[in-house]
Design a protein around this ligand. Structure first.
Ligand SMILES: *[C@@H]1O[C@H](CO)[C@@H](O)[C@H](O)[C@H]1NC(C)=O
Ligand SMILES: *[C@@H]1O[C@H](CO)[C@@H](O)[C@H](O)[C@H]1NC(C)=O
Ligand SMILES: *[C@@H]1O[C@H](CO)[C@@H](O)[C@H](O)[C@H]1NC(C)=O
Ligand SMILES: *[C@@H]1O[C@H](CO)[C@@H](O)[C@H](O)[C@H]1NC(C)=O
Ligand SMILES: *[C@@H]1O[C@H](CO)[C@@H](O)[C@H](O)[C@H]1NC(C)=O
Ligand SMILES: *[C@@H]1O[C@H](CO)[C@@H](O)[C@H](O)[C@H]1NC(C)=O
Length: 346
């Protein structure tokens, strides 16, 4: 009995020690002080655990720039660049995470430039799977690349009021390019050419999210028509709002496979899709245009009498059968139905 209590106490004590020590091990970043990166030697980089994002030197012009990219074949996609308007550095440059906790770019003439502002209190860094490059001090995130977007925002990153995205010069030169997208104080997201006074007339696109004095709530729904859409509800007051379709996965209703049921086809462009029966077919339910159609055959046709066995081949212009257009359905004992589905192409 006494031995059992002792064992229990010992186990409790060990558990206590275990839980007491854990919170102090706040070693967030896997990149430690003293780490270095070089542009040469196979373009080393610090890679996120998933292997999708990397931080380090990437080739720019006849030298290198520093940033974060999405790893891909044949090309990587740069999503963030440090000091993007600085000239490229040579192959002798290094990224140095100094013992003092400074993340530095060192070029050959002993020149040093901080990569993350003047912070020198970090003790670890991490390239996260979100694409965010983060510096930690103990348990705290003290700096993150997500706070300084260049031309891209990723999932989980926000473009705050008074911040902007600036396009790149080209897909291979990530210096500031010709356009910018501003998150204005009125909540409107507006795109302008950089060589302009950024007056309302200069804008070539806007999200029109400024009409709302209150809040905007975004909603994405797989609609009854089969298309996934993103909507914004801009609340002007508690009870009145405006709904905008911000984005639609498909712009053409007839691109939705199976929009019209068996033996009918889709016609129309844009959001207007109509279902019609092939000639000689009749709609299953006249109150439901998606109910499909059946062959309006006489009983003698099925019974196999000679006159019933006649059938015509009919031509329908511009009809496109996209999938397996023809299939045979078992409808229970002895009854078989042939079905066709397609869409009219313009
Ligand atoms: C990138 O574009 C900028 C602006 O046009 C230019 O000044 C710079 O030289 C270019 N950089 C490279 C590496 O081509
Ligand atoms: C790099 O440094 C070496 C040795 O100092 C020098 O010979 C070479 O020219 C440098 N390379 C570049 C691209 O500056
Ligand atoms: C960085 O470190 C230096 C000395 O090592 C100190 O003087 C300076 O205040 C530090 N800067 C910051 C932002 O902590
Ligand atoms: C933007 O706002 C979010 C949420 O308030 C905040 O976490 C983030 O640090 C802000 N970013 C910048 C660059 O201010
Ligand atoms: C079906 O066909 C018969 C003649 O074959 C016709 O009288 C009837 O109206 C058709 N039904 C419909 C719904 O079109
Ligand atoms: C085939 O077409 C002819 C001429 O249009 C018509 O007279 C005949 O009734 C059609 N037969 C069937 C089975 O639809």
């Amino acid at each position: 009995m006494a031995l059992e209590s002792c064992l229990l106490l010992l186990i409790l004590f060990l558990l206590f020690v275990e839980t007491r020590t854990k919170p102090n091990q706040c070693n967030h970043g896997e990149i430690h002080l003293g780490s270095q990166l070089f542009p040469t030697s196979n373009l080393q980089s610090w890679i996120s655990p998933s292997g999708h994002f990397a931080f380090g030197f990437y080739p720019q012009g006849n030298g290198f720039a520093i940033g974060v990219w999405l790893i891909g074949q044949p090309d990587n996609t740069v999503v963030w660049t440090v000091n993007r308007d600085d000239p490229p550095v040579s192959s002798n440059a290094t990224i140095h995470f100094s013992e003092k906790g400074e993340l530095l770019l060192r070029t050959e003439k002993g020149y040093e430039k901080p990569i993350a502002g003047d912070l020198n209190v970090s003790d670890s860094a991490s390239m996260l799977d979100s694409g965010n490059f983060v510096l930690y001090s103990g348990c705290n995130r003290i700096w993150q690349s997500f706070d300084f977007p260049t031309d891209t925002i990723l999932g989980g990153q926000s473009l705050n009021i008074s911040h902007e995205l600036v396009s790149s010069v080209s897909s291979s030169n990530h210096s500031s390019g010709r356009f910018f997208l501003a998150m204005q104080e009125d909540g409107n997201l507006v795109a302008y050419p950089r060589k302009s006074a950024a007056l309302p007339n200069d804008a070539y696109w806007a999200s029109h999210t400024d009409e709302n004095v209150g809040t905007t709530i975004f909603r994405a729904t797989l609609d009854a028509d089969g298309i996934f859409k993103l909507y914004s509800h801009c609340f002007e007051s508690k009870t009145s709002w405006r709904v905008h379709t911000e984005w639609s996965a498909l712009s053409n209703q007839c691109d939705v496979h199976g929009f019209c049921d068996f033996n009918s086809y889709c016609s129309g462009t844009g959001t207007n899709g109509e279902c019609s029966c092939y000639r000689g077919f009749v709609i299953n339910d006249p109150d439901d245009k998606f109910s499909g159609c059946y062959r309006n055959a006489s009983e003698s046709f099925c019974a196999g009498s000679k006159e019933g066995r006649q059938y015509n081949l009919t031509r329908i212009e511009n009809l496109l059968f996209e999938r397996d257009p023809y299939s045979v359905l078992e409808l229970g004992r002895g009854k078989v139905s042939f079905v066709l589905s397609g869409r009219l192409s313009m």
